[in-house]
Ligand binder design. Structure first.
Ligand code: BG6
Length: 458
């Protein structure tokens, strides 16, 4: 694809982070709702969130004005199937996503749909402990097949699971008690990791058979990992961490085999994953035909003195900051060359696989002043990253879409409304729903102008 042709500039969100209407129209609860209610007061308020459910047409209108070509969102499994099982569909939930997809289509925006973005149905968790059981595979596959059958004629880009690497490390997302013994936690989490891989392989295969033209793959948390200094030990540590955390996920999706370096890493800490012959066959038979990459910043690592001991990679490194880079209040850097370098690395490994940036963004604590938000730091971040992406394309990287995280202010997974990512400000705080009115920030107008100029040039 030549530069400029059919490129999709867009924005992204996920269901529990924007929808609200937690208890409306028959929706069932998810594990994210429980996590939310375990926090203080209304921080992480999934009950209302930023209320996209009731602002749908207005929000689509704002995206149309912005001029984007894609909107990445996720479907809430428990809105469509409150019990998690496909034999009890929720008509209103199914209709909501038809309205969203149709609304986008009408204004020329392509839907990019995530099937599972952290929000596992509570009912299935109560029944059999969710991803901690093999039973989750069949339920996720049934749900995913339903989505492909129901929406597949209007959706050409499917993302199966969002950031499996994060799900496995944040055991709360798997419903595993974070206070449990580390060894038990890891054993469970990495076994669940296998079940997630198997379920996705089955869905890749199904989708290729049913819609051979469609693209389906995972949204990977890709953290380009950089050595702190020029020592071979730091270079090796950076490689090992990046391979274990990001590339192992890509390898399984694209090649259908679990890399030895991944298994060895787990064996080092006494974790042995049960993979049957049949599991290996399923992984081989169903592979992704594209990759979504959630890319925010680089991680800069320094090896610890025990580098060559048989220890988990996370314990053998320390994360460092570089004074030459800008950082958000949460310590995420602005390092666009890291994106360029990361994309080049992915191209080297998978030259034939199309890539989509499914998330990329800058967080701030922000206040509305006279109806405006002057988010210059976000503009600077975005400028740098779209430039890095275009440079990667000039070098032959087949990346065909860039989706800003996030289109609207939303509930940050770690920090609720305090940590804002949006191009569009939403008038609410952690503890006060306020008016929920939408206000385009300066970055919205910057992006609008950037997209227009890009289209005029191409
Ligand atoms: C990604 C997730 O991990 O990072 C998003 O896919 C999340 O859901 C984003 O919002 C930023 O993380 P946080 O914790 O700042 O919201």
């Amino acid at each position: 694809m030549a530069i400029g042709q059919n490129f999709m500039w867009g924005g992204a969100s996920s269901a529990f982070q924007v929808e609200g209407a937690r208890d409306e129209d028959g929706r069932g609860l998810s594990l994210m709702d429980l996590r939310a209610s375990s926090r203080n007061h209304k921080q992480m308020d999934t009950e209302v969130s930023v209320d996209q459910y009731h602002h749908l047409q207005e929000d689509i209108g704002l995206m149309k004005e912005l001029g984007v070509q894609s909107y990445r969102f996720s479907i809430s499994w428990s809105r469509v199937f409150p019990t998690g099982h496909t034999d009890k569909p929720n008509k209103k939930g199914i209709q909501y996503y038809h309205d969203l997809i149709d609304g986008l289509k009408k204004v020329g925006i392509k839907p990019v749909v995530t099937m599972f973005h952290f929000d596992f149905p509570k009912a299935l968790y109560d029944e059999y402990a969710g991803w901690n059981s093999r039973r989750a595979i069949d339920d996720f596959v049934a749900y995913g097949k339903f989505l492909i059958d129901e929406y597949g004629k209007d959706v050409a880009h499917w993302l199966t699971v969002n950031e499996q690497g994060v799900i496995v490390l944040d055991s709360e997302l798997l419903g595993i008690d974070p206070k449990q013994d580390k060894q038990v936690k890891f054993q469970k989490a990495y076994q669940a990791n296998l079940y997630l891989w198997i379920a996705q392989a089955k869905l890749y295969k199904y989708c290729h058979e049913k819609y051979p033209e469609s693209l389906i793959g995972p949204a990977i948390s890709y953290i380009t990992t950089i050595p702190y200094d020029g020592t071979s030990e730091d270079v090796a540590a950076a490689k090992e961490l990046e391979d274990f955390y990001s590339f192992a996920q890509m390898e399984v999706a694209i090649k259908g085999t679990i890399p030895q370096y991944f298994t060895r890493q787990l064996l080092n800490i006494g974790i042995n994953i049960e993979v049957t012959k049949e599991d290996s066959e399923v992984l081989k038979q169903g592979t992704a035909n594209f990759l979504g990459l959630n890319w925010y910043c680089t991680t800069i690592v320094k090896h610890k003195p025990n580098y060559f001991e048989d220890e988990f990679i996370f314990n053998r490194i320390e994360r460092k900051q570089k004074p030459t880079l800008r950082y958000t209040d949460w310590g995420w850097n602005d390092d666009p060359t890291g994106l360029y370098y990361g994309l080049r690395q992915v191209m080297d490994r998978y030259p034939d696989i199309p890539l989509m940036i499914t998330e990329c963004g800058w967080s701030e604590k922000e206040k509305l002043v006279d109806g405006k938000v002057h988010d210059d730091d976000r503009i600077r971040y975005l400028k740098g990253h779209v430039e890095a992406l275009q440079n990667a394309r000039k070098d032959g990287v087949n990346v065909f879409s860039f989706n800003v995280w996030s289109m609207f202010d939303l509930l940050s997974v770690g920090d609720g409304m305090e940590k804002r990512y949006g191009l569009i400000y939403v008038d609410r705080t952690d503890f006060d729903e306020k008016t929920l009115k939408r206000y385009p920030k300066d970055s919205y107008y910057w992006y609008q102008n950037f997209i227009r100029e890009y289209q005029n040039k191409s």
